[in-house]
Design a protein around this ligand. Sequence first.
Ligand code: ADP
Length: 522
Amino acid sequence: MKGNDQDEVKAGNAGGNVGRRSFLKGALAVGAVATGGFALNMAVPGLAEAAKRPLPKKWDETIDVVVIGSGFAGWSAAAQAAIGGAKAVVIEKMPTYGGNSIINGGVYASYDDKFHYRQKMGLGDDSPELHMQDTLKGGDFFSIPALAKVLAEGATDGLNWMIDDGGAVIRPTVVRAGGHSAYRTHAAGIGKVYVDALKRIAEKNGAQIRLNTAVTWIWRADADPKSPVLGVEVKSGRKISNIKVGKGLILASGGFSRDVKMRGDHYPFLSGENWNCTNHPGATGEMIRFAQSVGADTLQMNYIQLYPYADPETGILDTPALIPFNGPGNGIVYVTKQGKRFISELARRDHVSFAQIGLGPQGKPTYTIFGDDMVEKMGFTKGEIEAGLKKGRLVVGNTIAEVAQKAGLPQDALVETIDKHNKYLAEGKDPEFNKPITKAMLPMTKGPFYAVAQWPAIHHTMGGLRINEHAQVIDIFGEVIPKLYAAGEVTGGVHGTNRLGSNAIPDCVVFGRVAGRNAAKG
Ligand code: ADP
């Protein structure tokens, strides 16, 4: 396609001319943009049939703002839409609310918080500008800067909203995590703390949820830029019904890490069932496909993140799996099975994951070593450590040699590694991996010490639907699709090649709020 504003585009494989206005009218095909035209890929099984679906003759009900998904993004959107005076209903296909958000690690990047913990703890400076710059750099400058800016600037207000209006309780600390140049990551133990806070705000303002209800189609008459989305088809048990949206449809349906086909189509290295995955089973990409079928653009679908520190056996991101993420700014050390460091502990997630994968299958697992005096500073409680020990996820020893022996690591090598690292902290320089040393990093001189095993598991899909800074979904021609909004992991372009850890929750909360606020305006 040449230029941006043709009235007519050439249909590639389908042959003949297809008017822009009618592009999706009779043939709601996924528009694969090919050089010189649109390939109306009618060969995809099921697509042609789906494309012919007539609009519903009657609507079963009308709701002002329909929100798909009950994670951070969905509840934020529903809350804000309800505050804006709209009747808001959250549609959730699973039997329980919360999606990936409720099992997320609860880490939230924000340059400040209402208690000003960073300032009180003397952990250096930060700003929304620095947060944005770290986000761009951490994603190799593939993020859309205007979107990264919205995230960084809205993060603190979003956090304080959940604390003040939703009763979220955060831990009294701030940590520095991989890829961040400041201490800005706030901890709550688990994502449920924020999900429940957002749900409380949403419900006290009148929003409702329908569980066990899957969206099975999005209705739009045609792809004329003035043509809004009309509603959704939903399936609950055997019952299929159609909901008309009065003011707006907000897609907050999460990522597609559990969609084995979709993830393999975009990133063949991660194809197949053999990868561990941190996600809940509902993290599939059908809403992205439905949005594409009404003209939505996608971007960066091939950027899929591995979480480097998951439970090596199950792939679960449990509390012990959070310690290696939260701890770098407090002096934890990553080691191989040979008891040697292999990367800067402040490296970003993709670098740590691929350093581990580079060790080969015989290198699995690697370990994080940490000291008891770091536990609360990293945002954990003694009770959480006890639970990790009981579960067998952590081992403890009074000396480094004892931890090594319990974890099955060579004792001399681990003692030498930790001694060397202690010296680097004292000298303020890491000649091996060039880790920036800070005063908050504690040497491991006095036990007890702990070890936790870790290995990469598929975690987050950075790509998804193209949105603008108002959370409006953009079509394949670069136009806003009226009444269609998206927020959270279902969107693409906020994080680039690699999402910085603890940027997911502010992404969802900030864009969810933007979407809800705008949708309520109608
Ligand atoms: P985010 O972190 O972006 O808020 P989550 O994964 O936490 O995303 O939540 C997304 C929710 O959307 C999940 O609970 C998931 O089950 C739900 N969802 C995904 N697809 C559909 C669908 N087709 N119909 C209804 N709910 C859906």
